[in-house]
Design a protein around this ligand. Structure first.
Ligand SMILES: [Zn+2]
Length: 266
């Protein structure tokens, strides 16, 4: 166990260092990724492999068509660019804690919840990145009104399909890494849970998440300081509910949905 934690920390440090070098993570994000990676390795090599699969795919879909996406969402997304510690923890924190609780038993409620949480994070990342790249004008998941690409709570057909694919990818990676019996059933349970978590993430983002306004550019944004340099003003939603809070809620929803669906489908 101790050897695995040390080896896991070394491997996580290498991956986090590379990710910072290529601009995926900033300094605080690098530290958070090191903590999440070490926790996953402490939980077991299979969990670490699932986390690496999630992270590699997230980096790939983020890199795909980066210039086009940046032009389409100019200054709207709170994310974009190097991820910081809050963003890393919001996506991987719930998974890391549940994986530690599950340890070598991926078929327990904790283990199923851990996979559901990371599947939800993956679904949300793929939906945002692919939806921005290939989706048309997003519509609010709540009202159906057209909204600006990159704003939380907006969904597109391409993004919704990508959410399903991203969730199934992590669900399949988890079954493969753990060499789990009853593979197809488990992929469907945790895969649909991750999708449900991402949809909850969008609903939460459309309703309660804080919306901000740049007076200079006259655009809505999620950022506290717009890329133009102007501090933005509160323009709706709940002040403390930013995109990171919404992502934590989305991964918790994925974890909860996985346990519920596995009970119902048992
Ligand atoms: Zn501005």
């Amino acid at each position: 166990m101790l050897v695995r934690i040390v080896a896991g920390a070394v491997a996580a440090a290498a991956v986090a260092w590379l990710a910072r070098r290529r601009g995926t993570l900033d300094g605080s994000g690098q530290l958070a990724a090191l903590v999440c990676g070490t926790a996953a390795a402490a939980a077991g090599w299979a969990w670490a492999a699932v986390l690496v699969a999630y992270f590699g795919a997230a980096v790939a879909v983020t890199a795909a068509g980066a210039a086009r996406k940046s032009a389409r969402t100019n200054g709207t997304l709170a994310k974009g660019g190097a991820r910081n510690a809050a963003q890393v923890a919001a996506n991987g924190g719930v998974f890391a804690l549940l994986a530690l609780a599950a340890g070598g038993e991926p078929a327990t409620a904790m283990g199923i919840a851990a996979t559901g949480a990371l599947a939800a994070a993956s679904a949300d990342t793929w939906a945002t990145e692919i939806g921005t790249l290939w989706g048309g004008t997003p519509r609010s998941i709540l009202t159906g009104a057209r909204i600006k690409a990159g704003m939380s709570g907006g969904i597109t057909l391409a993004g919704t399909a990508a959410a399903a694919a991203g969730s199934l990818f992590v669900a399949a990676a988890s079954v493969l890494a753990h060499d789990a019996p009853d593979a197809r059933h488990r992929v469907l349970v945790t895969g649909s849970a991750g999708f449900a978590g991402a949809m909850f993430d969008s609903l939460f983002g459309a309703s309660l998440q804080e919306r901000r306004w740049c007076a200079r550019c006259r655009v809505h944004t999620e950022q506290r300081v717009h890329p133009c340099g102007e501090p933005t003003a509160h323009a709706g939603g709940t002040r403390w509910i930013n995109n990171d809070v919404v992502n934590v809620a989305g991964t918790l929803a994925g974890a909860g949905a996985a346990v519920m669906i596995s009970r119902l489908a048992a």
